[in-house]
Write a protein that binds this ligand. Sequence first.
Ligand code: M6R
Length: 364
Amino acid sequence: DKGNHRHFMEKEIHEQPEVISHTLSHYIDFAERTTKSDAIPFDFANLDRIAISACGTAYLAGLVSKYWFERLARLPVDIDIASEFRYREMPLSKRSAALFVSQSGETADTLASLRYCRQQGVAIGAIVNVQESTIARESDGIFPTLAGPEIGVASTKAFTCQLSVLASLALRAAKERGTISAEEEKAHVRALTEAPRYTSQVLKLEQQVEKVARELTHYKHVLYLGRDTNYPLAMEGALKLKEISYIHAEGYAAGELKHGPIALIDENMPVIVIAPHDHIFDKTVSNMQEVAARGGKIILITDRKGAERAGIDTLETIVMPDVPQFVAPIVYALPIQMLAYYTAVFMGTDVDQPRNLAKSVTVE
Ligand code: M6R
């Protein structure tokens, strides 16, 4: 049932404040401001690596978490697209654990990667939305995302719930490995606790996002740029846009711009830059200057400080609420989902059932 919404995707975008909160309550003790310790099949303190594999949007959630695990828990992460991982015969030590991320829990390549890890004898955890799925059944431990059924082919609420679980796990890992102080842990937990509220604030930016979406319908190609955790988000924005609006889009690490894609920049390819005012903001600003100097049209997604300091003419600047850097990926996922959604609506495509795509990819 779509309720008052035109599409399941729109409904699922709007459910995010609630389902993120529900998912977090499984992992976070809000009163004690700490992560819950139960149901973790591996001892983070004794691990020397984690291997994560997944497909599509789930892979991009895993890629965001690499920054979290490495930065907070000093735990190296190998992250792969499952269709590559399953064939590349990666050596896994006994001190590795494997994590699989999947909304459906039935994705063929992700399941095959899990079975490879089973043969290698490493502990296996699964972040799944469908708890009765094959991937869930074949894992040593399940980390559920409590997003509820996701009907739209384009993944939205499952993605932000995957991020919420991964953020909680990274915090837990940091605690067990003694790489963050009790103070820092509390601050990060507080940030996570506020994430649902931030996402509801972002939903109110609807009109401005619609305006940008209307503009995007005039183009054939769109480039998304970001650094750090905004790099996987840039790829997620591009994936979402291409899958439902059929506009060609690419997501790049902003620092890679001058290693090739800058050759494409002209007034016919808008560039969407995801850049909250963080430790690496100035670097992204120089990339924006390079784009502007070549006549590229910039759509900047940033916060108040970023908007003040960018000093660049943009086609549009979407000003997001001020959020702690740790939870920014969860919050910044929304404007890119909304942008893809409205663009597809204006293009008149079948938003919930885009051509050539299936919700669950059970064949290779
Ligand atoms: O069910 P899964 O999470 O394993 O599915 C993985 C991908 O097929 C999925 O995320 C796909 O990329 C989405 N359509 C993206 O919106």
